[in-house]
Design a protein around this ligand. Structure first.
Ligand code: PMP
Length: 289
């Protein structure tokens, strides 16, 4: 856990970091967030994360509480104060504190901003990726705008808990037509028996993952063939490889879906290749430390 958190312009000891009980994030889930990887003291794909944050905020009509340049300064300060250079940065912006009422506050309030960091152990990540993960599937019962990265994550919470209770690492959401939308906190991919990469195109039914965008670029640079279309659970189970992408896990092999082994039941060669090539295609910023 981080020792120092950033809350509304102040760096405060983690244990004392607080927001007001009438923060609309706490009361109504009225806010958005971003998770970004810091690798060797440098931000990975900062530009895309900031752009997505701005899109999410605009969709909810919340103003950006801090200029992107100043935000980078805060990130650098957080790394310095927490003495950490490999971590995830979590950033949350809510509409702010106001008397509880569903409509927006009559008198404008300042958005609340909270930033925390959490250590990433590159060794553990390598170990996990060498084995791969199991996933279960669950009906996608989320709202129609999951392309906005809101903090309202209850279906994702319940899906991940169901996975845990069934001994799996993650859950994949499945739409009403039997097609996989995305993971509880990741985008999903398969490699067909004839070697084609398949992932669902961006739409309001999935979050446009930054890692997914970069992985597509890696695939292109490796001259792998890529199809952007939906796939069913049965097609995924019969695929030769499957994997998920997220800033937290980059490219993570999926070796079991609802108890059925995918391919050999071990991480596949294309997945491994995308994982090792990933950071070469990502935009790595200047060292902040
Ligand atoms: N979908 C969902 C629902 C997520 O929560 C995440 C993780 N933020 C992703 C996809 C992957 O997005 P990214 O690659 O930007 O981390």
């Amino acid at each position: 856990m981080s020792r120092i958190a950033y809350v509304n312009g102040r760096y405060v000891p983690f244990r004392e970091a607080r927001v007001h009980i009438e923060d609309r994030g706490y009361q109504l889930g009225d806010g958005v967030y971003e998770v970004c990887e810091i690798r060797d003291g440098a931000l990975v794909d900062e530009r895309r994360h900031i752009e997505r944050l701005q899109r999410s905020l605009a969709a909810l009509r919340i103003s950006m509480p801090i200029a992107p340049g100043a935000l980078r300064f805060v990130f650098a300060e957080m790394l310095r104060r927490n003495r950490i250079s490999n971590c995830l940065i979590y950033l949350q912006v809510t509409r702010g504190v106001a008397r509880r009422d569903h409509g927006f506050p009559e008198r404008p309030v300042e958005p609340s901003i909270v930033i925390t960091v959490r250590g990433l152990d590159p060794r553990k990540a390598i170990e996990a990726a060498a084995i791969g993960v199991s996933v279960i599937t669950v009906p996608d019962n989320r709202w129609g705008r999951v392309d906005i990265k809101t903090i309202g994550l209850l279906p994702n919470v319940l899906a991940r808990q169901a996975a845990k209770e069934q001994g799996a690492k993650d859950a994949w959401f499945v739409d009403e037509d039997g097609f996989v939308t995305e993971g509880a906190s990741s985008n999903v991919w398969i490699v067909t028996r004839d070697g084609k990469l398949v992932t669902r195109p961006d739409s309001s039914r999935i979050l446009g993952g930054i890692t997914k965008t970069v992985a597509k670029e890696v695939a292109r640079s490796l001259q792998l063939s890529l199809e952007e279309r939906a796939f069913s659970v049965a097609e995924a189970q019969a695929a030769s490889e499957a994997f998920l992408t997220s800033a937290t896990q980059t490219v993570m092999p999926v070796v079991r879906i609802d108890g059925r082994a995918v391919g050999s039941g071990e991480p596949g060669p294309i997945t491994k290749r995308l994982r090792t090539e990933f950071h070469k295609a990502a935009e790595i910023g200047p060292k902040l430390l």
